[in-house]
Write a protein that binds this ligand. Structure first.
Ligand code: ZN
Length: 243
């Protein structure tokens, strides 16, 4: 994180470290295929580096709730099961990151999803005099993700989620809490998972390539969550050169 160190002329020297108000400090983009554990790492980055995060899902929901014109348009599209167009996503994002709480930095999770969104983000940040973004790409081989997700089982009674790889029920196929027969959720079926991964590759692959030339860091997302966090921490600390 970029810090400003101010030396005062007091008889004893005081070094005060402060964040510049209303100037972009750090913009982190977090990329990774669906099911790679991105949510956990976004929460880690946010709390460890005190960077507020914006996830597209949360952004749409709050915009819907606020009842703005953009929000209503996004709501309508989402409830019809459609995809929100780049123009609407961009407009919502631009307004959101302009809010004072994001003035010293922001972590974007799930944006930019397409190359058009990436180019829009670049222009927006350039206009606002922001530093180039830092991109973190959590890389996990697709077959590993498929294996992990298709091993999930959910209890239809209490909604608890098990995983046959590392969090098995005591009796196979039966919920520990209430004895209900466990089920595979529609979203966790192999074809569905592969479809989502292919869409990610198709849409977001070009975005990742676009950012690969600048401050771009690949992190092995197949490791345990704590190890992944440690590697992300090292990357961000390395980028945090004092001004
Ligand atoms: Zn249950």
């Amino acid at each position: 994180m970029k810090l400003v160190i101010e030396l005062t002329k007091a008889p004893y020297s005081i070094v005060s470290v402060m964040y510049l108000p209303y100037i972009w400090i750090v913009i982190v983009l977090l990329f990774g295929p669906p099911g790679c554990g991105k949510g956990v790492q976004a929460a880690f980055i946010s709390s460890r580096f005190r960077i507020p995060s914006i996830s597209t899902g949360e952004m749409f929901r709050s915009e819907c709730k606020a009842g703005t014109e953009l929000g209503r348009s996004a709501c309508k599209t989402l409830s019809a099961g459609g995809l929100i167009g780049d123009d609407v996503v961009n407009a919502i994002l631009a307004r959101r990151i302009g809010l004072p709480e994001y003035s010293s930095g922001v972590l974007l999770d799930g944006y930019p999803r397409t190359l058009a969104q990436g180019l829009f983000l670049d222009r927006t940040l350039e206009q606002r005099g922001a530093d180039p973004v830092i991109s973190i790409h959590l890389e996990v081989p697709f077959p590993d993700i498929v294996k992990r997700i298709t091993s999930r089982r959910q209890c239809p009674a209490c909604s608890h989620i098990y995983n046959l790889l590392y969090q098995r029920p005591q009796v196979p196929g039966v919920c520990d809490r209430d004895g209900a027969a466990l089920m595979t959720r529609e979203d966790d079926r192999e074809e569905v998972v592969w479809r989502r991964l292919r869409i990610f590759e198709e849409q977001t692959g070009p975005v990742i390539n676009h950012y690969a030339d600048s401050r771009y860091y690949k992190v092995d997302g197949a490791l345990g969550p704590a190890e992944v966090s440690a590697r992300i921490e090292a990357v961000l600390q390395q980028c945090a050169v004092p001004a």
